[in-house]
Design a protein around this ligand. Structure first.
Ligand code: WTA
Length: 666
């Protein structure tokens, strides 16, 4: 049985159902009727959602789809994303509402900012960035820990029309350099470091290294590096005195004026670029623009979480380095005048109940996290969360990977006290906002299923040939109509944008998501995972090729193949098969540790292989394509499948021999 078939047959046995709580259903933001209303006139429905925002000039056309796949939404409209997230709330008299409760990792280190305060800080930062030479259209990279200044930096960029590209602070200097060069970044905003797992972890040295690499390797100059002091640790400083680009945030932002008149930009003005893994080694810069993106983020955040901004306290645990941190920590919640929580550190510092303590302390009512986190808490048992009063919770969300039914039921029961619906939300960096999810006041919960597209979105599961599959069958997940928060292109690479997402179903004009899915007997959707060479480790997308290139860049490695193997904790784990160069002999006794370290350095800790197997050969077809399917069988301890298309069918025996020898050494 392949792993997909296995999942399918397990899912068939799942028949638990959870009805929406009556009070929630009665007061729900979106009711059943919205589905039909959206279907009958999709553009009118989206226009209604766009009215959630402040437009300086109203659009004259909802959608221009005359040049697919390049969409324009709310054509002719102008708006400012930061104004929508801050100023208009202050002007509406909500200035005293807390925008964000920030919780630092060291206990007691916390700060709450109101909408009025956040607006002032964003205006200061906008003025400071302008003074540093950042102009409309210039790109700014943000490489930061989870602190308030990070949110301020993003909104300040948005305010002056400088698209930001946030790079996850766990990525290495190489990964940062690649993104800085690809995006043509002029200024980097960073911090000395942040707190993780009980100690200060540095960020600035990686920026220094990245800056040097950009210059030496690609001749790309980063003009300024703006540094927030967070941990107070020593940093190498290359400021104006030495002709360098480093500037302290507190030297330029704190002095700046809180007066800042913002410009209103075209609806299609670029808001940000978010890099994500694709099936080649080169990360893709996903471009989101302003009007459509903000409409999608605000509408879905309001509808899917049933947000009541006057009373809810909302916490999304995602790092701002991922798209979830953009749409559901910054743009969606702030556009909706939500009171949110942002936490700097790891879930188990200083003790395992830290997250639940935050829920208790801040009376969090809506909580959004990833299945990998839920599974790790599940392993620790219910005793830890049971110690905290979490009766404030009313809606729980999940994102990033399929949530297995057991984790769903545990989440609902132990964290939600069986009161809370769980919304399993499917979407991608590319979609900008949630596409498939239950509505907590309408849809009953089915553990493991993301259910149906939300009102306004149109999806299907289809065969290779583009036929809609009947209920009870699986196929490829597609989005069949454009939507406002869709990616506009891949930064600097329109061809790759077309090829990756729009060529498979070109005739039909559908967006190909790269996920496999199934329709159950009721027509509800179960997303099964990637069908390309992209893995999903702890809800983070990694490309097999990217890790293979990292391995091959090690001087002792001749060839490498990477697969994602099922993993109880992280969903999938990276397993690498490596052929060493002849001159490297057996590589030495530390070879596996060396290679793991090498991948950490090249990409970052999340890409570190769980296992590296040194093998004499890799299984290849006659045309030289690596048969990852067979390696996956090995990695998941299954009997190896059909080997008849291998150029040399004895290769798999050699590999098993090599692995067994490896095991003996462990
Ligand atoms: C997977 C994260 C099943 C899927 C927002 C998708 C999911 C990829 C779910 C996008 C879910 C995300 N159920 N699978 N609820 N949510 N995925 O771009 O494979 O980091 O294509 O965006 O995660 O990951 P990305």
């Amino acid at each position: 049985m392949t792993s997909t078939e296995e999942t399918l047959s397990n899912l068939l046995k799942e028949d638990r159902r959870f009805e929406p709580p009556k009070e929630l259903a009665a007061e729900a933001n979106l009711k059943e009727e919205a589905y039909a209303r959206a279907d009958s006139d999709r553009e009118a429905f989206w226009a209604e959602q766009a009215e959630r925002l402040h437009w300086d000039t109203k659009w004259d056309q909802v959608l221009d789809w005359s040049n697919p796949p390049f969409a324009k939404w709310f054509v002719g409209g102008t708006l400012n994303a930061a104004y929508n997230c801050l100023d208009r709330h202050v002007e509406a008299g909500l200035g005293d509402r807390v925008a964000l409760h920030w919780v630092g990792e060291p206990e007691g280190d916390s700060r709450s900012v109101t909408y009025a305060e956040l607006k002032d800080e964003v205006c200061r930062a906008a003025n400071a960035l302008t003074a540093l030479g950042v102009e409309k259209g210039d790109r700014v990279a943000i490489y930061m820990p989870m602190i308030l200044e990070t949110v301020v930096a993003m909104l300040a960029c948005a305010r002056i029309g400088a698209p930001h590209t946030v790079v996850f602070g766990g990525f290495s200097s190489d990964a940062l350099a690649t993104r800085v060069v690809d995006c043509g970044v002029k200024v980097i905003i960073t911090a000395d470091g942040g707190y993780r797992r009980g100690s200060a972890s540095a960020l600035k040295p990686a920026v220094d290294e990245a800056r040097a690499k950009c210059q030496d390797r690609d001749g790309h100059i980063v003009e300024k590096v703006l540094v927030v002091r967070r941990t107070g640790q020593d940093v190498d400083w290359d400021g104006p005195e030495t002709g360098g680009p480093d500037v302290w945030w507190h030297d330029v932002v704190e002095q700046a004026s809180t007066e800042h008149e913002c410009e209103f930009f075209d609806s299609e003005h670029p808001l940000y670029v978010m890099y994500t893994s694709g099936s080649t080694g080169k990360p893709k810069g996903i471009l989101h623009t302003t009007g459509g993106y903000l409409t999608g983020a605000a509408y879905t955040h309001w509808a899917v979480f049933d947000l009541k901004p006057e009373t809810d306290v909302y916490w999304c645990t995602a790092d701002v380095g991922w798209v979830t941190g953009h749409s559901y920590l910054v743009y969606g919640p702030l556009a909706n005048a939500t009171t949110g929580v942002i936490y700097e550190g790891t879930p188990d510092t200083p003790e395992k109940g830290r997250w639940w303590k935050i829920v208790q302390d801040h009376k969090v009512s809506i909580f959004y996290t990833a299945p990998t986190a839920i599974r790790s808490f599940m392993k620790q048992g219910h005793e830890i969360p049971d110690r905290y009063d979490m009766s404030s919770l009313r809606v729980l969300g999940s994102v990033g990977e399929p949530i297995n039914p057991e984790a769903y039921v545990w989440y609902r029961h132990v964290i939600g006290g069986d009161r809370t619906p769980v919304v399993d939300t499917w979407w991608q960096t590319e979609t900008g906002a949630i596409m498939i999810s239950p509505l907590p006041g309408v849809t009953h919960g089915k553990p493991g299923s993301a259910m149906i597209p939300i009102p306004g979105v149109s999806a299907d599961v289809v065969t290779e040939e583009g036929e809609s599959v009947p209920n009870g069958s699986g196929g490829y997940l597609v989005l069949t109509e454009p939507w406002p928060s869709m990616l506009r292109t891949i930064w600097g690479d329109d061809d790759r944008f077309r090829d990756t997402y729009w060529s498979k179903y070109r005739k039909e004009g559908w967006y190909f998501a790269g996920d496999g899915a199934k329709k159950d007997e009721d027509g509800d959707l179960w997303v099964l995972g990637r069908v390309d060479d992209v893995m999903n480790v702890s809800g983070h997308r990694l490309s097999t090729t990217e890790i293979e290139s990292a391995l091959v860049s090690h001087p002792k490695v001749a060839e490498a193949a990477v697969v994602g193997a099922k993993d109880e904790d992280t969903g999938q784990a990276v397993v690498a098969f490596v052929i060493l160069r002849d001159e490297a002999g057996d590589g030495g006794e530390d070879i596996v540790a060396d290679l793991r370290q090498h991948v950490r350095k090249e990409i970052g800790p999340i890409a570190t292989p769980r296992q590296i197997m040194i093998v004499p050969e890799l299984p290849k077809t006659r045309s030289g394509k690596i048969m990852r399917r067979l390696l996956k069988d090995v990695a998941e301890n299954r009997e190896v499948g059909d080997v008849t298309t291998l150029a040399d069918s004895s290769v798999m025996d050699l590999i098993s021999d090599g692995i067994n020898a490896g095991k003996a050494e462990d």
